[in-house]
Design a protein around this ligand. Structure first.
Ligand SMILES: [Zn+2]
Length: 91
């Protein structure tokens, strides 16, 4: 289940220039310089990278582990045995 989009279209908030950029999968890009007006973009407060703030697609870490944004667990509550059966035998 690795349907991670690795390309995002950044939209410059200053001049409106859009630029498709490839996102690194192992790091977050914090700064991005607009190719049109050369404004150094920075993430908005609460966002981890410029792709989350200005991109059409959030960064790969956000796509993979969507724990910080979509916290709505689909708990249907149909079959949830709360009886602590056999815990994983470990240490
Ligand atoms: Zn710009």
């Amino acid at each position: 289940m690795s349907a991670v989009i690795l390309e995002s279209v950044l939209t410059c908030p200053h001049c409106g220039h859009t630029q498709k950029e490839a996102m690194p999968t192992d790091a977050c890009q914090f700064y991005y310089e607009c190719l049109a007006c050369h404004t150094l973009l920075r993430p908005k407060p609460g966002d981890c990278c410029v792709f989350c703030s200005f991109g059409s697609v959030p960064c790969p870490p956000i796509q993979q582990e969507c724990i910080c944004r979509t916290n709505s667990a689909t708990d249907s509550g149909s079959n949830s045995p709360l009886k602590s059966a056999t815990p994983p035998v470990g240490r």
